[in-house]
Write a protein that binds this ligand. Structure first.
Ligand code: FMN
Length: 152
């Protein structure tokens, strides 16, 4: 399958997780490409710079951190600019600091779902990595494994 992983990352956590995911998907024989959503300046100007398209993939995976219990502003802006096509499957990978998903990831996922498609997106999987958890590596492994199964 042709898979695009479009992600935003400020300190590298989400980027790392998406890179690991891409590596596994490639091992499984998929045609995978990673695309970073970037801003002019992470500290002073969060205007979008690189705005990768969502089109052209059978499966689109969006990667994002949580900021302020929500989807980061650049991701909100990104979802306003670029849309999925109706035939695509969607996967979501979220990283957050706190150990429980109600401290941001749940709301973040809802925001992606309401903003990422014209109709209800065909969500095949999602997962959260709690970066401060002692079980982070295990969580990352589970999320990646889950997102590598598109037929469920
Ligand atoms: C401005 C800001 C706000 C944040 N807010 C939250 C939050 O509400 N809940 C949470 O669990 N983590 C929060 N975090 C932590 C990040 O979600 C976490 O470190 C994430 O893994 C960072 O991913 P990144 O390195 O890809 O940017 C916040 C981080 C920043 C910089």
């Amino acid at each position: 399958m042709k898979i695009g992983i479009n992600f935003y990352s400020e300190t590298g956590h989400t980027k790392l997780a998406c890179e690991d995911l891409a590596a596994l998907l490639k091992l499984k024989g998929h045609d995978v490409s990673l695309h970073e959503i970037t801003v002019v300046d992470k500290k002073s100007d969060k205007t979008l710079k690189d705005i990768p398209l969502m089109e052209g993939f059978d499966v689109l995976i969006l990667g994002t951190p949580v900021q302020g219990f929500s989807l980061p502003i650049p991701m909100v802006d990104y979802l306003k600019k670029v849309k999925m096509t109706k035939k695509q499957k969607l996967g979501i990978l979220v990283t957050q600091y706190f150990k429980v998903s109600w401290m941001g990831a749940n709301h973040t996922i809802k925001q992606i779902l309401s903003g990422s498609a014209y109709a209800t997106p065909d969500l095949y999987g999602y997962g959260v990595v709690h970066w401060s958890s002692k079980r982070r590596e295990e969580q990352l492994h589970k999320v990646i494994e889950k997102l590598s199964h598109m037929d469920s």
